[in-house]
Each structure stands twice: as C-alpha cells, then as structure tokens.
Ligand binder design. Structure first.
Ligand code: C5P
Length: 224
C-alpha cells in the first residue's frame, strides 16, 4: 500500500443515510451506518489527499485530518457537495441517499386527533447527487473522477454495469453479498470500462485502503 498515492488530490466523499423530515419531530431514513464512506475518507487522507466528507446522520468519529460537513436531507447533502465539488478531483458517493422525500414537511408536529384518521403522505423524488456531479463539465472533461456505489441483491455484475452507464461514472463499486449495512466487513465488485474485478471479503478498513489504491491507479496512473 503506497501511503502517498493521492498526494495533491482533493477527495470528496458522501457517507451515511439521509434524513427526510415529515414534521419537526419525525422523518424517514435508512439503515446505512456510514462505515464504508468514513473508512474511505480515512484511507484517502492517509494516502495524502485533502479530504472533505459530507456525512448524513451517523454515529461515527471524524477521521483525523478530514474536513467534515454534517447534513441531514438529500437536498442539504446536494448543497454541501455542490459547494465542495469545485475543488475536488475525485468524488466518491457512498451515501445511501433517500430516493424520495415527503412532498411537504409539516411545519408543526402532526397530532392524533382521536378520530382514527391516518395522515396521507405524498412523496417527491430527490435529486440524484452522483448523476448530477457526473454530468458537470469538470467531470465530463476528466478533471473530476467520479465513483459510484451500488447495493444490488441480484444479477450483480449486469446491474452494476447498467448502473455505471446510467449514472455516467467511470467506476462503479458494488457491495457483494447480503446487506452490509452496519457491518464491519464487506466484499466489493469493481466495474469499469475495462471489465470487472473483485476485492475479496475483508474489513471495511482494508477494503477502503484497497479501493483507494485502485482509484489512485486509475486517476494518477501510479501503481499503488
Ligand atoms: O440509484 P442508486 O441509489 O442505486 O445509486 C447508488 C449510487 O448513487 C451511490 O453512489 C449513491 O451514493 C448515489 N446516489 C446519489 N443520490 C441519489 C441516489 C443515489 O448520489 N439521490
């Protein structure tokens, strides 16, 4: 593992879930722990990069030397990403962004009125942060290298390739196997225009280091 393979690079990472408010005391979220994204931010920093970590609500300490921006909703995550993407040279989207949010968050707590009626909720689609960044001129020109993640449960390879094309990113990383939410280990499938390779089952810490090395090799041409 070449410790300084990302020297001079600025890595932007999203991690964790998002939280979409229903009212001031309730909301919709998911089981993403943020562990993989935090491990990647740490590994990128250790590889010499300047690192900005945009984190949804998680219970994890900030890796040393990493600039952390805490957000809640997908729209806040998008604003933080947009604010940092201009300086970034690598964008790694590990966050489990909510696909939908309640159309209108209530200003005050929704109360039971005793009638037995349940609230009806309308949803609207959230922005796709990764796809948006991947369409930006800096990403299109190759100044900003974008990496997406996928949690697929079937037809892993075909779905990962399709998602890579749909998101418009050069590298798509798929979690292999059953849900890794909250776990400390994982295995990864890397899909790019050259084909498919695997990082076998290991701790998220080790996988993050290996993935950073793979990204460094693709971005800088350096063998790591
Ligand atoms: O479409 P799907 O949610 O499976 O895509 C997963 C990838 O896209 C991840 O890299 C995730 O961080 C990113 N994503 C995003 N914004 C969304 C949805 C997904 O950045 N609204």
């Amino acid at each position: 593992f070449a410790p300084k393979s990302l020297l001079g690079q600025h890595v932007l990472v999203t991690a964790g879930p998002t939280f979409e408010a229903i009212d001031p005391v309730r909301g919709i979220t998911n089981l993403s722990s943020g562990k993989m994204g935090f491990a990647i931010a740490r590994a990128a920093r250790e590889a010499g990069a300047e690192v900005t970590l945009v984190a949804g609500p998680v219970h994890l300490p900030t890796p040393r030397g990493v600039r952390r921006i805490d957000v809640d909703s997908a729209r806040n995550m998008l604003a933080a990403v947009d604010g940092s993407a201009k300086e970034a040279t690598i964008f790694i989207a590990t966050a489990a962004v909510a696909d939908w949010r309640p159309a209108n968050a209530a200003e005050h707590k929704i109360k039971k009125d005793g009638s037995g009626e349940v609230p009806q909720m309308q949803f609207v689609e959230n922005p796709d942060i990764l796809a948006g960044v991947a369409r930006s001129p800096r990403a299109q020109s190759g100044e900003l290298y974008c990496v997406g993640f996928a949690a697929e449960s079937e037809n892993l390879e075909a779905n990962a390739q399709a998602k890579r094309v749909r998101k418009g990113v050069p590298l798509l990383v798929a979690n292999i196997g059953p849900s890794t939410f909250g776990k400390d280990d994982n295995a990864l499938l890397l899909v790019d225009d050259e084909g498919v390779s695997q990082l076998p089952h290991a701790s998220k810490r080790l996988l993050a280091q290996q993935l950073v090395a793979e990204i460094a090799r693709r971005v800088t041409g350096m063998s790591a």
